[in-house]
Write a protein that binds this ligand. Sequence first.
Ligand code: PA5
Length: 406
Amino acid sequence: MIKTDFNKYTSKFITLADKTKLNRAGKNIIKSFNNGDLSYWNDINSFVTREELSQIIEVANYVRDNCDVFIVIGIGGSYMGSKALIEALLPSFNRNHPEIIFLGTNLSSDYYKEVIEYIKDKNVIVNVISKSGETLEPNIAFSIIKYIMEGKYNNEELRDRIIVTTDAKKGSLRKLANDNGYFTFDIPSKIGGRFSALTPVGLFPLAVMGIDILNLLEGFIDASTYNDDAINYAITREALFRKKKYVEAFTVYDEKLYYFTEWLKQLFAETQGKSGKGILPISIVNTRDLHSMGQFLQQGNDIVFETVIGVEKASVIKVAKYDKTLHEINRIAEEKVCIAHYSDKTPSLVIHIEELDEYNMGELMHFFIVAAIAGALLINVNPFDQPGVQKYKELINEGINNIFIF
Ligand code: PA5
């Protein structure tokens, strides 16, 4: 269940008239999501086939039984979705077996040294994920991990311990997997990196970690009933932008959603930030950041609006002193902060889910994907490319003499 309120804390900044023109464009976007050329976003088969799903579950069970540490290599859209869902849905302590380590998101030698030391005597299975198969950071991570694994396992064992998720036909990683007979999952050609959390890119690591991927997918697909709402959200944030609210703070009141805000930053920055356009996404985790960013939002430069993502139900912990549950107090904090910010300079758009579970997180991801694509279409930019990211990738590869690391 997704509940939204885009009026309560915005009406002093934007009027219905500010949205009229955008609403007209929004109608065409709604049509193309509901019945037109974007309707593939509502179809589960665009993300994963039935056969792939059973393979994902089967291989995930094998991985769980055969390793201590599961290393997931990928960057950007090839890791952020599963990281966000794992942090949101798994317990923070004493997690399921196996332990998961994400690698390939940085070039920090000290971090790598720690990982190498840590996995040295452990049973390892690796899932390397890259749609293009050409991205430097995962290439480096894979070459380092593969080297270590080659010291421990023979070729046949390696084939049981290296799983590749990449394009069905293209790229060096596909070639490497084919040449060595590694098990592979295909990334659907239509679904680019940041949109791919619920393709085998995210579904496989999530299944390994014991997350109910069927419920997640059910929520994701059911959320197409909220397409109108998602497009209304896109229209409202664009109307705010046109009133000089250039920065969108994705604000959560649950520590477990921190990586979800990172996923949102990636989704919106790469989908809309091009051709000199786009709203700058930032993230806030409250109540921690009320003691830092809260000051700016209350009284600083008035270029920010908030998109507050709230959760309605949570574990019940009594706070005897206030005769309330901790969650009741957290929800009061959310409401009062919206009121406080609105009374000065900062409007808020409010989006609530019922609880932190697979179904609700699936819905929320779909909602924001539709909104990000719609937001890009409203400002006439291509939602599906990321030429700026390509530029750094090319230059960095050039800088190290086009080395090919596998
Ligand atoms: O959204 C995107 O397309 C990017 O963030 C990519 O996911 C990221 O650059 C990684 O690319 P690849 O999966 O090709 O290694």
